[in-house]
Design a protein. Sequence first.
Length: 151
Amino acid sequence: MVVRVQRDDFDTAAELQQLSAGNPRIGAVVTFTGLVRDFAGTGDPAQRMTLEHYPGMTERQLEAILAEAKARWPLEAALIIHRYGELAPGDRIVLVITASAHRQAAFEANAFLIDWLKTKAPFWKLEQTDQERRWVEAKASDDDAAARWHS
């Protein structure tokens, strides 16, 4: 189980290969890659997005979220990479890979991780459009998605 918070881009195929190599117990791998959209929350064209975080605290929170997924599903391997810094539309922001013996566990764990990352990971997003710079507010739809995992 690996967590990385980094400024640099990542290679999804290389990360997938490294995660699953040499583990014959893995029967299913699910990946999610989040990208910067070309529009802001206001609907205006986005020029860039800056992601900020608190080093140390962020990694600990992501590790706790990953540990929760491991406790809920029989994962063979999992990876979370989350970027920070200035990103442009089309840039990769986040990669979540989950691997299990069976597809259902891999799918569910991946959806859980994404939902909880959106609501519990300590990142702050600043959007830049032609008109303004503004901090992205939390969305009720993200909270609703994460609520399904509370048991």
